[in-house]
Design a protein around this ligand. Structure first.
Ligand SMILES: Nc1ncnc2c1ncn2[C@@H]1O[C@H](COP(=O)(O)OP(=O)(O)OP(=O)(O)O)[C@@H](O)[C@H]1O
Length: 360
């Protein structure tokens, strides 16, 4: 499918409504186009990255590149690029706004902060499909975590945030042929700056979601994403990740050495998690035949993968009321926002410009 050329975004025509999220390198704003959509009927998400942060321009260009690729190879559970723009200070790009917040927020709204098994099955199925599509394009995602799984207006998921993703030779083509090339991991090094209660981002993802091969500094490939699916499933089931330690070093030690603990007797879901959390990536579910190994697991028995977007009703459909456009008139000056962010970060010695990404 060939897409028409993307419109260049004109930042002067955009009005910020509110901040949707602030990450290691960028800030995501909810914006609307004052010229074409003055009443903010169809707002969209604008990710803005400060070019003065180390590695940020490379990461931003890469993310735009991935989104461009997705425009040519679309998938219902992955975003597309609406447009982009670059100035001396910022790189910005727009993607559709996801009304339902992210899976982390949603989990904290559930009784006991955990999802039911049926809801876990639904979200895992969609995430497996999204990862399968990315892997088919030769992209290893490397940053799966609840905060990066957004809920669309329809209730289906969208994976976001591709700056840590990487291009590999696809191994799981539709013919199941080929062997993948590994991407090297730099040995994990502590980075400072996560504030209390937040998860910190390491150079390749969030520490509790890192795979043993990443922690060890071995080469890694698509199987890191299947490991992260196992961590995610565990967190959705128990409300906590399986290897969380007292501190980062302890967490890394547990990731490499400890087996996950389960409450009660084995179920298809705990069996799936066990097979995804195999330390040796070559023995992990998904390594041999990619997503199909996971789709064929008994946990998903009876699920019509081909009808996922049409028949299966999402467990949570955000209502229009969830869109808090009350701050519509407020407007946030993007430059001011970054000036203040820099001030805050310098006093915290924060991660913002400090993320070690020596692979770039
Ligand atoms: N399209 C969107 N719709 C709604 N909210 C969004 C959208 N994109 C991002 N967000 C919110 O903004 C947050 C940060 O986005 P994103 O992860 O892309 O930024 P980042 O700077 O790369 O962060 P990170 O430090 O995790 O790499 C997300 O967790 C989410 O809550």
């Amino acid at each position: 499918m060939t897409m028409p050329p993307l419109p260049n975004l004109n930042l002067n025509n955009l009005k910020t409504i509110k901040v949707l999220g602030t990450g290691a390198t960028g800030t995501v704003f909810l914006v609307h186009n004052l010229v074409t959509d003055p009443l903010a009927k169809t707002p969209f998400a604008l990710k803005v990255v400060d070019k003065t942060c180390r590695y940020s321009d490379k990461r931003a260009h890469w993310e735009i590149n991935v989104l461009n690729n997705l425009n040519e190879n679309p998938h219902p559970f992955l975003p597309y690029l609406i447009g982009s723009c670059e100035t001396n200070e910022f790189i910005s790009w727009a993607i559709p706004y996801c009304h339902g917040r992210d899976l982390n927020v949603l989990r904290h709204r559930q009784p006991d902060n955990v999802f039911s098994v049926n809801i876990i099955r639904f979200y895992l199925a969609e995430i497996v499909c999204a990862l399968e599509h990315l892997h088919g394009l030769g992209i290893v995602y490397r940053d799966l975590k609840p905060e990066n799984i957004l809920i669309q207006e329809s209730g289906h998921v969208t994976l976001t945030d591709f700056d840590l993703s990487r291009k590999l030779t696809p191994s799981y083509t539709s013919l199941g042929l080929g062997s993948e090339k590994k991407t090297k991991s730099t040995r994990v090094a502590p980075v400072t700056g996560a504030t209390r209660g937040e998860r910190s981002n390491s150079f390749v993802g969030t520490e509790e979601y890192l795979s043993p091969e990443m922690v060890r500094g071995d080469g890694h490939e698509f199987a890191v994403d299947w490991w992260a699916v196992g961590i995610l499933a565990y967190e959705m089931l128990y409300g906590t990740t399986p290897f969380r330690g007292k501190n980062r070093k302890d967490t890394y030690g547990r990731i490499v050495n400890m087996q996950p603990r389960f409450n009660g007797k084995s179920t298809p879901l705990t069996d799936l998690i066990t097979k995804l959390l195999v330390k040796d990536p070559t023995r992990r579910l998904g390594h041999g035949r990619g997503a199909w190994e996971i789709k064929e697991h008994p946990f998903f028995v009876g699920l019509r993968w081909d009808l996922l977007t049409e028949v299966v009703r999402p467990p949570f459909i955000p209502s229009r009321d969830n869109i808090e456009l009350t701050e519509k008139s407020a407007g946030i000056d993007i430059k001011d926002h970054f000036r203040n962010k820099k001030k805050r970060n310098s006093s915290l010695d924060s991660v913002s410009c400090n993320v070690s990404l020596s692979e770039f």
